[in-house]
Design a protein around this ligand. Structure first.
Ligand code: FAD
Ligand code: 2HG
Ligand code: ZN
Length: 445
């Protein structure tokens, strides 16, 4: 079966773009964190939508499961072949269409990296509404497939809100195309919205029509210290009530900043139990931040280089955690009022863990989105994952805020979704992917 499949894949995309040697496959077989690894039947690298369709027809014909892969920066084990699947890499679909200045929109290939699109649209005074620190590798297709959130969610919402249209190939090779990108379009079910956050289970996204946002060149960033998480959360709410249009509101903790400082070899500019990274564009907001209740220390920057230096202490959290060991990453949302207590409770859980473990917690304060990183338990031991996710559910939260369910969290999907919801999702999956070739080991239990 495998050799027949490989022959058919070679006919679909050309022999050069089908990788079967172990050393060529290796980079596609392990996730960014190193926690999830497997072995691919083959890695196939189509260069056009028609080739993606031919690959899917070949795989459907052989009953071979497919894992779509973009930049492979996903953090829930959804982009790697854990059960011998074919990896379908979209990275060659990196085309960048002409920017439409009237609509403020652009159509790009699914394999274009976020950084490439940012650089492409910036000369027209435009930007992508979602930004994340994996921008040099993460692809637009992967960001749509995970409905990525990121650093600008407070201002522009998730990836789904940036998508005006898309093109995707279904499991049997049919092409679903809705790239017109009209501002208003109530012509039935929102299939484009449905593909957003579908994690490669409903279709392989090949192109995306992005609705862009104004590029805000001049902004001010500040690190602001507080005595505790409650005070920091109150400060964000206060600024929003006062009408401050925050571009970002990120939460960090003293011990996490220390891990980052050690990793970077640069001390944190602000030391406090809870630290916010706030960013805003309107100079009139500077006064509101300067007079924040409960602030114990502040570092402000408005020139690009010093601003980037402040941001480095936030953005380097993920790589600093990975440098400690293979992390268990739990990306969760809590009701805003539950955040301070949850932080204390998680730290208490990890303090009692065996083997002794380190907890690095940070997140997107305005969204109630916490990134709970635990380093210590072996990769396959999910006792701590279970305890944290159950606590999240008890506190009224969501077990995935922005990274998705992937293979990492699918056994806990029921904590956030009712049986009726899971049944509806399963019915949708069966309707769009009847043969079940698209990422069958992801999302649905
Ligand atoms: P992959 O990792 O390749 O794939 C992710 C999922 O999407 C998989 O299930 C895969 O099968 C599917 N997929 C990929 N491409 C396609 C396609 N074309 N069609 C269909 N399915 C597809 N995430 C956030 O939300 N916010 C953040 O702030 C954030 N910061 C990060 C920072 C770092 C340093 C790292 C390493 C990751 C971060 N992430 C963040 C997670 C990750 O970057 C996002 O999930 C991103 O959207 C994944 O894009 P990718 O191209 O790497 O996708
Ligand atoms: C971020 O906000 C990402 O930087 C990654 O979502 C979070 O590393 C993490 O846990
Ligand atoms: Zn995040």
């Amino acid at each position: 079966v495998i050799s027949g499949l490989v022959d058919d894949l070679r006919s679909a995309v050309g022999a050069d773009q089908v990788l079967v040697d172990a050393d060529l496959r290796a980079g596609y077989e392990v996730d960014w964190t190193g926690r999830f690894r497997g072995r691919a039947a083959a890695v196939v690298r189509p260069g056009t939508t028609a080739e993606v369709a031919a690959v899917l027809r070949a795989c459907a014909g052989h009953g071979a499961a497919v894992v779509p892969q973009g930049g492979n920066t996903g953090l829930v084990g959804g982009s790697v072949p854990l059960a011998g699947e074919v990896v379908l890499s979209l990275r060659r679909l990196g085309g960048l269409g002409e920017v439409d200045p009237l609509a403020g929109a652009v159509t790009v290939g699914a394999g274009a990296t976020l950084a490439a699109v940012q650089a492409h649209v910036a000369p027209g005074g435009l930007a992508v509404g979602v930004d994340l620190s994996a921008r040099d590798s993460a692809t637009i297709g992967g960001m749509v497939a995970t409905n990525a959130g990121g650093l600008a969610f407070v201002r522009h919402g998730p990836m789904r809100a940036q998508v005006a249209g898309l093109e995707a190939v279904l499991g049997d090779g049919r092409v679903l195309s809705h790239l017109g990108g009209l501002a208003k379009d109530n012509t039935g079910y929102d299939l484009v919205g449905l593909l957003c956050g579908s994690e490669g289970t409903l279709g392989v996204i090949t192109a995306v029509r992005l609705r862009l946002v104004p590029l805000v060149g001049e902004r001010t960033a500040a690190l602001v210290g507080f005595a505790d998480v409650g005070a920091a959360m109150g400060a964000v709410a206060g600024l929003r009530r006062a009408g401050v249009a925050l571009e970002a509101a990120e939460l960090m903790l003293e011990d996490g900043l220390a891990v980052v400082a050690e990793h970077l070899g640069v001390p944190s500019p602000v030391t406090a139990p809870a630290v916010l990274l706030l960013e805003w564009a309107d100079p009139r907001s500077t006064e509101a931040v300067a007079s924040l209740d409960g602030a114990t220390a502040v570092a402000v920057a408005d020139e690009p280089a010093p601003r980037a230096r402040l941001w480095r202490h936030r953005e380097a959290h993920t790589e600093a955690v990975n440098a400690l060991g293979v992390p268990h990453k739990l990306d969760v949302t809590l009701p805003l009022t539950a955040v301070p207590r949850f932080v204390d409770e998680v730290r208490a859980l990890v303090a009692e863990a065996s083997p002794p473990s380190t907890c690095v917690l940070f997140g997107h304060a305005a969204d109630g989105n916490l990134h709970v990183n635990v380093v210590g338990p072996p990769p396959e031991d999910d006792t701590m994952d279970d305890a944290v996710l159950r606590l999240v559910a008890e506190r009224g939260g969501s077990i995935s805020s922005e990274h998705g369910i992937g293979s990492a969290k699918r056994r806990w999907l029921h904590l956030s979704r009712s049986p009726t919801e899971v049944a509806a999702m399963r019915a949708i999956k069966e309707a769009l992917d009847p043969v079940g070739v698209l990422n069958p080991n992801v999302l649905l239990p």
